[in-house]
Design a protein around this ligand. Sequence first.
Ligand SMILES: C[S@@+](CC[C@H](N)C(=O)[O-])C[C@H]1O[C@@H](n2cnc3c(N)ncnc32)[C@H](O)[C@@H]1O
Length: 340
Amino acid sequence: MTKYFVYISGEHIDVAQAEVNALVRLLKLDEISWRDRIGLIDSPSNPVPFLLERAALVKEAGIVYTETSDQGALETTLSENVLKNSIRSTETYSVRTISVSKKNKFRDRQEIESRLGAHIKKVTHAGVSLDNPQSRILVFLFPDSVLVCKSYASQLRPRLRNRNPGRKPFFHPSMMNATLARVMCNLAGVMPGEIILDPFCGGGGILCEASLLGAKTVGIDLNWRLLSGGVENLAEIGNNHTFIQGDVRNIPIRECDCIVTDPPYGRASSTRGAHAVHLVESLLGNIDSILRRRNESLCICGSSKMNIQNLVRNSGLVVGQMLRIKVHTGLVREILTVGF
Ligand SMILES: C[S@@+](CC[C@H](N)C(=O)[O-])C[C@H]1O[C@@H](n2cnc3c(N)ncnc32)[C@H](O)[C@@H]1O
């Protein structure tokens, strides 16, 4: 068993933890243990490439080299063989500390960085590069212990920023941003080859992420203009997409593996006079016959004013995760996974 870590974004800690937990379940690994923004996983195989490639809210991940409660003995607990095998003499490296829970003084952190940096240099003969190192050593300073890790930064997060609605070929203000769309796909456990339905697909923010995860996408929307925007946005990502102009109250497909969706709310999207709550009730009333996969394979996001949680329970379904994101004073988004 090797110990691995993930370091999540501090913006929505419970959402980020839920995203990683869902991915760890997909990998069929044992539980992950959380200490603030750091998740620790014991695994016989390396989950880091998968987590970095999939998780929108993971900033960094990697391998834990050592953990010690004795800050003064950091160098002796770090195996020289491990260091030599992972940092070649021709490479560059950096050492960075992150203080968790307890505020370590800047001076103390600097002292650890330079002490450990000097030790790594002595053992590996590699060169230091703070700007663009090939190997990144990350030291987490907990109140009672220190964790020394080799870390890899997420390449996905900058790519997600580039896929936000304003940067897509077609834009509409009702479109979902790429980070939240990716988180929701992960919470629903979207897997390559699966059929994913968004019955309120609009310009296809969610479907773009599902498609990039290798899923076959089906989008339904009432609004023809938004639907053709979705076609335009998905066109640059393969060709496994189906778009249907239709109504969520009469879903014209028989089966799918997951539903990831956000019903209309606010002024950005029209319902053509229908009450958004009734549209969600109608969707929830039909998923039993449509969803092939039963366990938390519906992920839905809506304004807290809709109280989707109640709608789910009233439909005889089970709420799995229930997460909240405060957008501004008047708007809290709720993200739920739903099972049977
Ligand atoms: C919040 S937007 C969806 C954003 C989209 N899911 C995304 O990933 O970018 C809600 C969408 O629901 C659509 N809509 C409204 N009433 C509908 C209905 N009865 N059936 C299907 N779609 C509907 C609107 O046209 C709008 O595009």
